[in-house]
Design a protein around this ligand. Structure first.
Ligand SMILES: Cc1cc2nc3c(=O)[nH]c(=O)nc-3n(C[C@H](O)[C@H](O)[C@H](O)COP(=O)(O)O)c2cc1C
Length: 177
């Protein structure tokens, strides 16, 4: 089944070529994002920011480096495209919903990327630095009342994507019949 093939090919890529992904590839990835489930069907509670501006990506890297007092790190891995997923902030017991929305949207994009032969990497490490920097949030078009939740790095990976062996044994499981 093609879907299982793409799932088996998806892995975190952390070294990217400088070459930008094509508009057609970006459209397919955005279609995958838009096909993801969203809590209570509230699609208006989610905002995507496609970042392809090198200076802005470097600014994100610098904000993360400053927060964690680590120079020379590139937490966006030089990917030419990063897509940030923000969500309307919820307080109380449902506060996790925007992060769950972001996770399923990002996984849909990651599997679509693998299907296209593109590398991807889930980026959550950058979120802490973005969320405390209001000027950066504004530059990233995070709407008022929204929180940056997660992001994905996308591009042509230097390392080829190969199909990993699928297993049922990686995650701990109890079966109750
Ligand atoms: C919620 C979440 C947050 C993650 N954040 C980061 C991150 O900030 N930087 C990074 O390099 N990888 C990040 N990852 C990728 C994981 O490290 C990676 O998926 C895991 O090691 C398994 O490897 P694989 O993706 O190649 O299968 C994240 C993954 C998830 C699901």
């Amino acid at each position: 089944m093609e879907t299982m093939k793409a799932i088996a090919k998806r892995k975190s890529s952390r070294v990217f070529k400088a070459q930008q992904i094509t508009e057609t590839e970006l459209t397919t990835i955005l279609q995958a994002a838009n096909a993801a489930p969203v809590g209570m069907g509230q699609f208006e509670s989610v905002k995507l920011t496609v970042i392809q501006n090198k200076a802005l990506l470097e600014k994100i890297d610098e904000a993360v480096a400053a927060l964690f007092a680590k120079t020379g790190t590139h937490p966006t891995y030089g990917a030419p495209t990063v897509i940030l997923v923000s969500g309307a902030e919820l307080k109380g017991p449902m506060s996790g919903v925007p992060y769950c929305n972001a996770a399923v949207i990002i996984e849909n994009m990651a599997v679509a990327a693998a299907d296209l032969g593109l590398g991807s990497c889930y980026l959550m490490g950058i979120i802490a630095a973005i969320s405390i920097d209001m000027a950066l949030c504004a530059e990233l078009k995070v709407p008022q009342g929204f929180v940056p939740c997660s992001a994905i790095a996308l591009g042509y990976a230097t390392e080829e994507l190969t199909e990993k062996e699928l297993t049922t044994g990686k995650l701990a499981m109890e079966r109750i019949n």
